[in-house]
Design a protein around this ligand. Structure first.
Ligand code: SAH
Length: 398
């Protein structure tokens, strides 16, 4: 059983936590005991000692822990985790019933009541991700709770936190069938190869499901598509299946070539008819501008921070410049699918980046579609900061 200590919250943070804000911010406490052990339960109290909530200590980039319950009598035990997981599974019933989509998120951290923990479903396999040492201390209870709640082929885990500043190579397998990876999952009828035993990432970002679907259905037929920061080429696959004339995938990582070939191949697409380039996107944009290349659709999904030999890119500073560079190689009535998962700014701010880029380029545009996290990525009501995904589909005008 994890130890419990009392944690006094500063007066001006009391209302927010009492009203439902799930994150315990570093600034909300006077002073944190440096010896505090990750996973310690926190009885969060007002300055006068009155109970507000129970949480746990677990450092992530944003906060120092998460609220688990506002009921002073509720204990944090296997039943607690089981109730949360069960509710989350029930909420996704329609996903389990959909034969065209066999991979989705079944538990989304704070949105489902336990910050720091996510669980993804891949055709019978469950993959747990732990985002702090603190939540990892509840690992055994959480795994038992999951096993009691679902039928599974296999269970895998990812530790998404540093252990003493080092990423530890680990065996991700926990229980059940040892997957023969890659397994092929379905998403709206498209196939994707997924590997749960291959580092931090699996081959597909499930939160872009609706964006891939609209790219396939509405923006691909007969078009040329440039997919920047393409990773395993999931957007390129969607575009090719939607009838694209040609796709070009650009990513810095050498691994993106075999991975992208694999994603095309499991969909019966001849990868030799597509372009796959291992290149710095910023260099590619220059190259394409010099050669006067134009694309009907450009997908722009950079990581929040990117480091290249020459520069560092941060979405919160450099996104307008990136869009300006992309405008130079977009067809006159073309489409830009601009995406970011940087949680440090919201949709409104993101739109100001887009507006700045177009103003400075003397071009007109219209945002014809926008997306945030899909239905399975449940976020806490009233707190839009946890809905980190922002996607605008921009139509160039005149
Ligand atoms: N859009 C992808 C996910 C992108 S993940 C999808 O939906 O599947 C971010 C990718 O950016 C990684 O594959 C990383 O290798 C790549 N990357 C980071 N910096 C880059 C750069 N300067 N040029 C090209 N690719 C880069």
């Amino acid at each position: 059983m994890n130890q419990i200590i009392e944690l006094k919250i500063k007066p001006n943070y009391v209302a927010e936590i009492a009203n439902g804000y799930p994150l315990i911010l570093k600034d909300s406490v006077e002073q944190l005991d440096e010896m505090l052990i990750e996973g310690t339960l926190l009885k969060i109290v007002r300055p006068n000692g009155k109970y507000i909530a129970t949480g746990y200590f677990g450092k992530q980039n944003k906060g120092i822990g998460w609220v688990l319950t506002r009921d002073p009598l509720e204990e944090i035990n296997q039943d607690f985790f089981q109730d949360k997981i069960k509710s989350a599974i029930n909420l996704r019933e329609s996903f389990f019933d959909d034969n065209e989509t066999t991979a989705f998120r079944v538990f989304n951290g704070e949105g489902d009541g336990i910050g720091g923990l996510t669980i993804d479903f891949f055709d019978g396999f469950y993959m747990l991700s732990f985002y702090s040492e603190g939540i990892y201390s509840f690992r055994a209870l959480i795994i038992e709770a999951l096993k009691e709640t679902v039928n599974y082929r296999g269970i895998y885990e990812k530790k998404r936190f540093d252990t003493n500043g080092q990423y530890v190579e680990q065996d991700d397998y926990i229980e059940g069938e040892m997957g023969q990876f890659p397994i092929i999952i379905k998403e709206n009828g498209m196939n994707f190869a997924v590997d749960l035993n291959d580092g931090a990432m699996t081959g597909i970002f499930l939160d872009q499901r609706n964006v891939r679907q609209t790219l396939k259905e509405n923006y691909s037929d007969g078009k040329t598509i440039l997919n920047t920061f393409s990773y395993t080429g999931a957007f390129s696959v969607a575009a090719a299946l939607g009838g694209a004339y040609e796709t070009t995938s650009v990513d810095l990582a050498k691994r993106s070539i075999p991975k992208t070939i694999e994603q095309f191949s499991v969909n019966g697409i001849d990868y030799e008819q597509q372009q796959i380039k291992v290149m710095d996107v910023f260099d590619y944009l220059q190259y394409a501008t010099r050669h006067n290349l134009k694309y009907d659709v450009v997908v722009l999904d950079p990581p929040s921070f990117a480091r290249t030999k020459k520069m560092t890119f941060s979405t919160s500073k450099d996104y307008p410049k990136l869009i300006k560079d992309v405008l130079a190689i977009t067809s006159p009535k073309g489409i830009i699918i601009a995406s970011t998962n940087n949680a440090s700014f919201d949709m409104k701010k993101f739109k100001t980046f887009i507006d700045k880029a177009f103003k400075e380029s003397n071009k007109r545009y219209k945002i014809i579609e926008q997306h945030q996290l899909p239905e399975d990525f449940v976020t806490p009501e009233n707190y839009s900061e946890f809905n980190y995904l922002k996607v605008c589909i921009i139509q160039l005008l005149k």
